[in-house]
Design a protein around this ligand. Structure first.
Ligand code: CA
Length: 228
């Protein structure tokens, strides 16, 4: 999975981007300062760097120059100003693209994919969209369905999270056990079935028919329905 270095000192923006990129199967290292990012870049080969122009200890442009002394990593700039100078400078010093704040996380993910395609890195295929009825609040570690919070156990939450991260993908019972249980050896396939049954009951309680959001693939496993 492609590894992205994100250097952004505004936690709210960074958290949104980290979540969006991770959801789309990128590994993300987030740093608040240029100094920390340079330390990481010396130790790790990143596939792409997303640099805020306005960092506390160095401008993103200077950071780009220094990163380029270390490796030819592609760079996407985040800029708060809509001025041409930033844009031109950014591209002149070798930035691959720039996005002006405010932006949507979706836009950033699309730009990242495009840059990786251009620079011949393997970008993960776009994932299918999870059903709109189902909402995940990562901070609260909670799911809601049609606005009703689902009262899930820890294992049920983890199971649903695994399914939610790859809508449409079929997970075998073994894969679900591996992802959602710390000690998968202590439980059996039937444990997964029992938990799925319980999650479905809670979905149905939130909204009749919502239990069908989890699809059974006979002889294979389970998947989350995709938005069509
Ligand atoms: Ca900033």
């Amino acid at each position: 999975m492609p590894h992205v270095l994100l250097v952004e000192d505004e936690p709210a923006i960074a958290d949104t981007l980290v979540y969006a990129l991770q959801t789309e199967c990128f590994a993300v290292t987030h740093r608040l300062t240029a100094a920390d990012a340079l330390t990481d870049a010396r130790a790790t080969a990143f596939d792409l760097a997303i640099l805020d122009i306005g960092l506390p200890d160095m401008s993103g442009l200077d950071l780009c120059r220094k990163l380029r002394e270390i490796s030819p990593v592609p760079v996407l700039f985040l800029t708060a100003r809509d001025g041409e100078t930033d844009r031109i400078l950014g591209l002149e010093i070798g930035g691959d693209d720039y996005v002006t704040k405010p932006f949507s996380p979706r836009e950033i993910v699309a730009r990242v994919r495009a840059i990786l395609r251009r620079t011949n890195h393997a970008a993960p295929a776009p994932s299918a969209t999870p059903p709109r009825l189902l909402h995940h609040d990562p901070a609260a570690m909670r799911f809601s369905c049609h606005g009703a919070v689902l009262d899930l156990t820890a294992h049920e939450y983890k199971l649903l999270l695994v399914l939610m991260e790859k809508p449409g993908r079929v997970f075998t019972r073994d894969q679900l056990l591996d992802h959602a249980w710390q000690d998968p050896g202590a439980v059996t396939d039937r444990t997964v079935d029992a938990h799925i049954k319980s999650i479905r009951a809670k979905l149905r309680a939130a909204r009749a028919g919502a239990e069908n959001l989890i699809e059974t693939r006979r002889g294979l496993g389970y998947s989350l329905a995709t938005e069509s």
